[in-house]
Design a protein around this ligand. Structure first.
Ligand SMILES: *Cc1c(COP(=O)(O)O)cnc(C)c1O
Length: 372
């Protein structure tokens, strides 16, 4: 059986450092808002290339806190519109509606699966205050056209960097491209904790301060509450674990690129559409993708998944139902986003882990080439 993603295998490869880091926290007797979190925030801010990193409880909270902070600062008002890709994980949408802001969905580019930059302007209204781009599957979604619109209409640009830790756009990492970004360290992400964890990154001092305060009950001084806050803190154990794993992230992402290169050169089945790696200026070649997922498309998706499953190859679908077709958003169920819907019908994610070996890779390619 070839697993879709063997997290135990990945985390075992960081031993004994992981156990040592947990030991260190136990010995310190300090569990929240301590030295490990402070050190991780500094190291991750440096890695991303920003002034501020705020560790939070998970990726959804990171995004929710960004909008909450803008609302507290009076820089957004309830009812303001935020442009987002129709093709994304539900968390991107929830972060907006949870704050009584209005998501305006934009179709993806069928080749990149990311928001189509040339379909954004037609969705901009007088109520539009921001664009949230999602670097989906690990591929940079920033584009000169997005930047042009952000400047022309004076919009905030928020990045959902949950799937793209380490990715570049030009000489900057995603997560540092403009105003503020949310990150997830869910165990299966390229940089994964051993539980839930997330972060917000920004160069904006005021915004960083409000995010940090809102995440801690809206309080800077204990028992004095400036805002109606949340309890959304990164804990010391997860921070200590992330500090062990962060230094290997670029190497692991490079290994993902090599595996993808192998898939790309060796999958020859005509019934399968391989993912496109689009180089957007300013270019840094293949560094614009960190391959969180390797997503192929085929009209016979369900049949292919079943065939691979019978061959002992585990695959996943990211994602089977788009946000606008979810029960949670039944008011949008009648809307039509044909490209998004096509993607959800046709995509299949193949196994991809920095720990994969050539035997697994060649077995997967062999089965896929014989399929359908
Ligand atoms: C994983 C993910 C999130 C949410 O992260 P959690 O840590 O699971 O809350 C947000 N956006 C995208 C695109 C994601 O893939």
């Amino acid at each position: 059986m070839i697993k879709f993603l063997d997290l135990k295998e990945i985390n075992d490869s960081f031993e004994p450092q992981l156990l040592n880091s947990v030991r260190r926290v136990l010995d310190s007797g300090w569990y929240l808002l301590g030295e490990e979190v402070k050190a991780f925030e500094k190291e991750y801010a440096q890695f991303i290339g920003v002034k501020h990193c705020i560790g939070v409880a998970n990726g959804l909270d990171a995004l929710r806190l960004i909008f909450k902070a803008y609302l507290e600062l009076g820089k957004l008002q309830e009812g303001d519109e935020i442009i987002i890709p129709a093709n994304t994980y539900i968390a991107s949408v929830l972060a907006i509606t949870d704050n009584r802001l209005v998501p305006v969905l934009v179709e993806p580019d069928i080749n990149t699966y990311n928001i189509d930059p040339f379909k954004v302007e037609e969705k901009i209204s007088t109520r539009t205050k921001g664009i949230m781009i999602v670097h989906l599957y690990g591929q940079n979604a920033m584009h000169p056209e997005i930047l042009r619109l952000v400047k022309k209409y004076n919009l905030k640009l928020i990045e959902d960097n949950a799937q793209a830790q380490g990715c570049f756009y030009g000489d900057k990492r995603t997560g540092s491209l403009r105003d503020i970004a949310g990150h997830s360290f869910y165990p299966g992400k390229n940089l994964g904790a051993l539980g839930d964890a997330g972060a917000v990154t920004t160069d904006d001092d005021e915004l960083a301060d409000v995010v940090r305060t809102v995440a801690n009950y809206g309080s800077k001084i204990k028992y004095q509450n400036l805002y109606k806050g949340l309890n959304s803190r990164l804990d010391e154990i997860q921070a200590a674990i992330l500090r062990v794993k962060l230094p290997r992230l670029d190497t692991d992402n490079q290994r993902r690129r090599e595996i993808v290169q192998y898939y790309m050169s060796n999958i020859t089945n005509q019934g399968i559409i391989l993912p496109a790696e689009v180089n957007i200026q300013p270019a840094t070649g293949n560094l614009q993708h960190v391959w969180h997922l390797f997503v192929i498309r085929t009209t016979d998706r369900n049949k292919l998944q079943q065939y691979l499953n019978e061959a002992g190859i585990q695959t996943m679908i990211h994602y089977p139902i788009p946000p606008h077709k979810q029960m949670a958003y039944k008011e949008w169920n009648g809307q039509s986003f044909p490209i998004t819907e096509q993607i959800h019908r046709e995509v299949l994610s193949l196994p991809l882990s920095p720990m994969m070996n050539i035997e697994d890779m060649s077995c997967i390619v062999d089965r896929i080439n014989k399929a359908l």
